[in-house]
Design a protein around this ligand. Structure first.
Ligand SMILES: [Zn+2]
Ligand SMILES: [Zn+2]
Length: 289
């Protein structure tokens, strides 16, 4: 038994069409939209592909052909509301319409419900859909499958299914819109002397010239080796971030050579290690002031 507040919300709900409340059997509703989260590899997103998804759906019960009544019986007109789906209730000063509590607004009453669907007329099933993934699709993009959402009510149109794209993490590349980024470890002798190295791209290996005296953090841009986005007119770039690798598990001979290298470099740090020299100068100024 609701007070005034409830009575008002019921009235306004009916006037302003508050959802599916108080619906009689003649009310027609569009089915709800559904969302499906789809994980896509970077390669499939870049080149486009086609995949199949399995989604749950409510289908008409085959046992009762959707009537909800047991075989051999039929739904009857609801005795409480005489099939109107609504009943008139007296609440305080108001006489208000309410959804029939016996038939929940359908206007029909099933005395002997179907054992397969328990009177609902629908059963849960799965359907398989084919989804075309356009090339260049990105994280968060949505593909709409018209009419593949929930079925409509009382003959209303079905909703749509939105396939939401999530990119799987890639072992080599990180995507940033149309650009790709990758880390590129190089030996410190290659970094110092320069050389040609091979870098991975989405369509195979590319050669990259590393100039002498390349420092860690340097970024090389390979134009057009990124991804062509769905709404883009050209490919993005591949950005290779240089990381100098300190040599590991050194042999005695290698250590010997490095020690010798260090000894002959020490006399002229200004020339061979300008960054370290500049840093030491700043530290000295910091303590000196
Ligand atoms: Zn049934
Ligand atoms: Zn009723």
């Amino acid at each position: 038994a609701g007070g005034f507040a409830d009575a008002f919300s019921d009235i306004f709900g009916d006037i302003f069409g508050g959802g599916q409340r108080g619906g009689g059997r003649s009310n027609v509703y569009r089915g709800a939209d559904l969302r499906y989260n789809l994980e896509v590899t970077l390669e499939d997103a870049a080149r486009g592909s086609e995949t199949r998804i399995r989604i749950p759906t409510m289908a008409e019960c085959e046992t009762c052909n959707g009537s909800g009544a047991k075989k051999g019986s039929e739904p009857k007109t609801c005795p409480t509301c005489a099939g109107h789906g609504q009943v008139r209730m007296q609440q305080g000063f108001f006489s208000i319409q309410q959804t029939c509590p016996k038939c929940h607004g359908t206007g029909r009453y099933i005395a002997d419900p179907c054992t397969t669907c328990h009177g609902g007329g629908r059963v849960k099933q799965h359907k398989t859909l084919s989804v075309k993934i356009p090339s260049g699709i990105d994280e968060g993009d949505r593909i709409r499958l018209t009419g593949e959402g929930e079925p409509g009510v009382n003959g209303g149109p079905p909703g749509d299914l939105y396939v939401q794209i999530h990119l799987k993490a890639h072992a080599v590349f990180q995507r940033d819109h149309d650009d790709l980024h990758c880390e590129m470890p190089i030996s410190f002798s290659t970094a110092a002397l320069g050389g040609e190295i091979e870098v991975p791209t989405l369509d195979g290996v590319a050669k990259l010239k590393v100039p002498p005296e390349t420092q860690t953090g340097k970024v090389f841009r390979l134009r057009g080796k990124g991804i062509k986005g769905v709404r883009s007119s050209s490919h993005g770039d591949l950005l290779c971030h240089v990381v100098l690798e300190t040599p590991a598990k050194l042999t005695d001979r290698q250590k010997e050579l490095l020690q010798e290298f260090e000894e002959i470099s020490q006399g002229n740090a200004q020339r061979h290690s300008p960054r370290a020299q500049g840093w030491m100068d700043r530290v000295r100024d910091f303590f000196g002031s």
